[in-house]
Design a protein around this ligand. Structure first.
Ligand SMILES: [Zn+2]
Length: 211
């Protein structure tokens, strides 16, 4: 799962003429969205307003979470929800220029920056969090896929070892598999072995992403 922040909290742009009340993340339509804490569904938006289909959840501490532009809402007003429970699917409804989730947090009537917990709207897996953000448990504006793209474009036949060494730290299992591929193909050709290992890493990353 790739998370791309398309608009930060407070941003003013051609789309957001007034400071953005939440954070937008680009998501493929149909991505399951989760409650970030225990709470109760305060409101379900039916799709007739700018926010499109969506929900407002009142969390235990009184903070409200607002999810917008969903394709489908899976909860009803008044329903209790648990931390991590799926409340709907992301989409592109309402005033939206592309598939994304608008997520906002309101505390004591004021919108606050939801960046630190926005990854919780997608899932709770540490591996997913890592793949999304390059770090576990917090959102950084670093995307492991961009990093990978940079790495691949840097790779020449002579620094493949550095490339694989970086993966040893980041993705231990992928590294073991790609090193095995390297060892096997190396019997025939050194160059084929290097690119076989890189191909294995990229293929492994694609499997992790789709999983
Ligand atoms: Zn937004």
């Amino acid at each position: 799962m790739i998370v791309r922040i398309t608009s930060k909290f407070g941003e003013v742009s051609s789309i957001h003429k007034t400071p953005h009340t939440g954070i937008d993340i680009g998501l493929n339509e149909g991505t399951p969205l989760r409650s970030v804490y225990d709470g109760v569904i305060k409101q379900v938006y039916d799709g007739s307003t700018n926010i499109g289909k969506g929900v407002k959840i009142q969390f235990k501490d009184g903070t409200e979470g607002i999810y917008g532009h969903l394709s489908e809402v899976k909860v009803k007003a008044g329903e209790m929800v648990q931390d991590g429970q799926i409340i709907g699917l992301s989409g592109n409804t309402g005033r939206s220029t592309g598939e994304h989730l608008h997520f906002a947090l309101k505390k004591n009537g004021e919108y606050i920056d939801p960046s630190s917990i926005v990854d919780k709207t997608i899932n709770h897996s540490w591996l997913d969090a890592f793949i999304q953000n390059g770090k576990v448990g917090q959102v950084e504006y670093f995307n492991v896929w961009e990093w990978l793209g940079g790495k691949v474009s840097e790779v020449t036949l002579n620094n493949t070892v550095d490339f694989i060494a970086d993966f040893t730290l980041a993705f231990p299992i992928l590294t073991v598999v790609s090193c095995s591929v390297y060892a096997l193909i190396n019997m025939f050709s050194k160059n084929a072995a290097k690119w076989g290992a890189i191909g294995t890493i990229i293929y492994g990353m694609m499997i992790i992403e789709s999983g």
